[in-house]
Write a protein that binds this ligand. Sequence first.
Ligand code: ADP
Ligand code: MG
Length: 326
Amino acid sequence: TRVANQIAAGEVVERPASVVKELLENSLDAGARRVEVEVEGGGVRLIRVRDDGQGIHPDDLGLALSRHATSKISEVDDLAHVASLGFRGEALASIASVSRLTLTSRTEALPQGWRIEVEGSAERPPAPAAHPRGTTVEVRDLFFNTPARRKFLRTEKTEFGHIEELVRRLALARPDVTFNLSHNQRRVLELGAASGSVERDRRVAAACGQAFLEHALPVAVEAAGLHLDGWVAEPAFSRSQADLQYFFVNGRMVRDKLVGHAVRQAYKDVLYGGRHPAFVLFLTLDPERVDVNVHPTKHEVRFRDGRSVHDFLFRALHEALAGARA
Ligand code: ADP
Ligand code: MG
């Protein structure tokens, strides 16, 4: 099974950021209100994700690390859905097969926590360990036993950049949860949970930079069951590094052709000529009107009425940008 796990790991664990993604999704699934991500050496030396979620019962610790042990799969309603989600219920097993993994957890009801250690799938029985309610997953020496994969990793800076981007994205999607991120003992992101709109602004500023918020035009439009809010940046705001383009559909980050087109058209039309729009936008609509499981890893979606969504986005953004020029 070790080889099987390593093969599965190839699907799930491409680089350190993929590990962080799986661990954070588990934390959010466990109802965490606060997650701490500590990274060393671009994530190759260490990734530690600590949450205050519901925790794992000691009887289930071993199960959590075995393939197909997930209970979540039973919540999935049809086969097509299962297929589209790909390898589910084996993220931890896959990660454990290519690293030195420690899982420590405590549930609310138990007086103490328990820890289980795995090294390349050699598992030791759980032992008691001090831990507050919640779970800590520690992943050390990623790809230590798969040198071929390790060779494909980029510089520490690049790998950490992917992690930072991922945390920022998840944090934008879940303003109700606190996310902290550090690299080599240095705090990089400190994103406290936000409730009101002022707090949410502050949080977006912390995630995307104060400069973005200063040059951002607020968007808040509702029509025919479509609700769009967030910010688009004036062209005066130019971001040299990575693109600052975040579009969420019902809380899930997407990178969609139709959406991209509508945004570009709106920019062009207002004669900004800005080839690199920056935006953080949240579209909310009836889940029945959108299929988010087209290709989860590629962040694609399929709108039932693509045309009207496109036109709605175009008009909403056009209005926001034109309004600012007037
Ligand atoms: P999946 O998330 O698809 O179920 P994983 O391999 O990612 O598969 O996780 C296996 C199981 O371990 C989860 O179903 C969950 O029961 C448990 N688990 C993992 N991480 C956490 C966490 N942070 N808090 C609570 N339970 C967790
Ligand atoms: Mg998971």
